[in-house]
Design a protein around this ligand. Structure first.
Ligand SMILES: C=C(CC[C@@H](C)[C@H]1CC[C@H]2C3=CC[C@H]4[C@H](C)[C@@H](O)CC[C@]4(C)[C@H]3CC[C@]12C)C(C)C
Ligand SMILES: C[S@@+](CC[C@H](N)C(=O)[O-])C[C@H]1O[C@@H](n2cnc3c(N)ncnc32)[C@H](O)[C@@H]1O
Length: 362
């Protein structure tokens, strides 16, 4: 073979490999967000690294410092920064639903995710004609599944402007914009009138509130008397021992990589619900057997994380992705490790379900 032919062959094969690596392997499970399109929400390219450093130094501090009264007020702004930094990476590497679900033998992650969401809709008896609020809606994966399953109108609220735009675009694309609405706002002060919803749900979102009672009180206020609220809560389980340094490191790792002001204990949740006026209709850790482990999906993804790391490094070197993406990706990689540890040791669950009712008469 002539030298020039050999060079062309190498170039063509090389280009095909890069194409496959970036476009095919690098595509999210739910296509629509690719590595080459990674933005950092509404943060301008030149500010990504600084914003990441600010985020990291805030959540690196002790839980006690973050939950000092003066810093509680800063939490929503840092949570907003966090979602600017991670939303595209989540969509690219996980999908449009930013939560876990029990694994289901013989079923895809996508099915398991959808069934976990539909379960929330069934628990609050959402049906056509109902207006339901999705507290902390992300880019709306659950909202679309719940609207399609139940026929209810869903209004999602998220603190992050970029997620609002993503969720609205996905709603239009799915033909569900007639049933699904998205509002940018703080779930600690929701821009909705009293008694205006027939139901409410929160999927792995209220863990971002410095005080759970503040968000539960708001949900209570906007619900009609007799209406139901279900939440899937991130909590430590009774197996967690504050005297065990490994447990503490795992929980601290989960908190700082997920913008959490401090995980609460499982047994506190019902007490908080009652404190704000709810009746507790049911409570169950959906991660307990016979449910299959939720963290399997995280562990199975390890080869993909390594590939993603190479990809974001390459894209940053080529100045396609902004500086700082590699650090954010590394943070998520570490977080995945802490989350799997939390699941395997049983000291943490991301799906403690609580079903509450606002009493029919006050
Ligand atoms: C409820 C919350 C988010 C839960 C999960 C959706 C996310 C928690 C950790 C995330 C990830 C970790 C590893 C990433 C990986 C390194 C990357 O290559 C691709 C994306 C990840 C898999 C990413 C996806 C989303 C998570 C699983 C919190 C914030 C309350
Ligand atoms: C882990 S995501 C879950 C999103 C969605 N429930 C899902 O399962 O796909 C948490 C969501 O809570 C939102 N959130 C966190 N703190 C908030 C606040 N104070 N007000 C409104 N939304 C908030 C985030 O913006 C994000 O959309």
């Amino acid at each position: 073979m002539e030298a020039s032919t050999a060079m062309w062959t190498v170039a063509v094969v090389g280009a095909a490999v890069v194409y496959w690596f970036v476009w095919v392997m690098g595509a999210a499970e739910v296509k629509g967000k690719r590595a080459v399109n990674l933005k950092m929400g509404s943060i301008t390219r030149d500010k990504v690294q600084d914003k990441y450093k600010q985020y990291w130094s805030f959540f690196l501090r002790n839980k006690e410092d973050i939950s000092a009264a003066s810093d509680d007020d800063k939490v929503p702004a840092f949570v907003d920064t966090f979602y600017n930094l991670v939303t595209d990476i989540y969509e690219w590497g996980w999908g449009q639903s930013f939560h876990f679900s029990p694994s289901l033998r013989g079923r895809s992650h996508r099915d398991a995710t959808r069934l976990h969401e539909e379960r929330a809709a069934d628990l609050i008896a959402a049906r056509p004609g109902h207006r339901v609020v999705d507290v902390g809606c992300g880019v709306g994966g659950p909202m679309r599944a719940i609207a399609a399953h139940s026929g209810a109108n869903v209004v999602g609220i998220t603190i992050n402007e970029y997620q609002v735009a993503r969720a609205r675009a996905h709603n239009r694309k799915a033909g569900l914009d007639g049933l699904c609405e998205v509002v940018c706002g703080n779930f600690l002060e929701m821009p909705f009138p009293d008694s205006s919803f027939d139901g409410a749900y929160a999927i792995e979102a209220t863990c971002h509130a410095p005080r759970l009672e503040d968000v539960y009180r708001e949900v209570f206020r906007v619900l009609k008397p007799g209406a139901l609220f279900v939440s899937y809560e991130w909590v430590t389980t009774p197996l967690y021992q504050a005297s065990n340094p490994r447990h503490v490191e795992t929980i601290r790792g989960i908190e700082r990589g997920n913008a959490l002001p401090g995980l609460r204990a499982q047994h506190d949740v019902a007490a908080v619900a009652r404190q704000v006026g709810f009746e507790v209709a049911d409570e169950l850790d959906l991660a307990l057997p016979p449910a299959e482990p939720w963290w399997i999906r995280l562990k199975m993804g390890r080869i993909a994380y390594w590939r993603n790391h190479l990809l974001v490094s390459l894209l940053t070197a080529l100045r396609i992705a902004p500086k700082g993406v590699v650090e954010v990706h590394e943070m998520l990689y570490e977080t995945a490790r802490h989350l799997s540890d939390g699941g395997e040791t049983g000291i943490f669950t991301p799906m403690h379900m609580i079903l509450c009712r606002k009493p029919a008469t006050n």
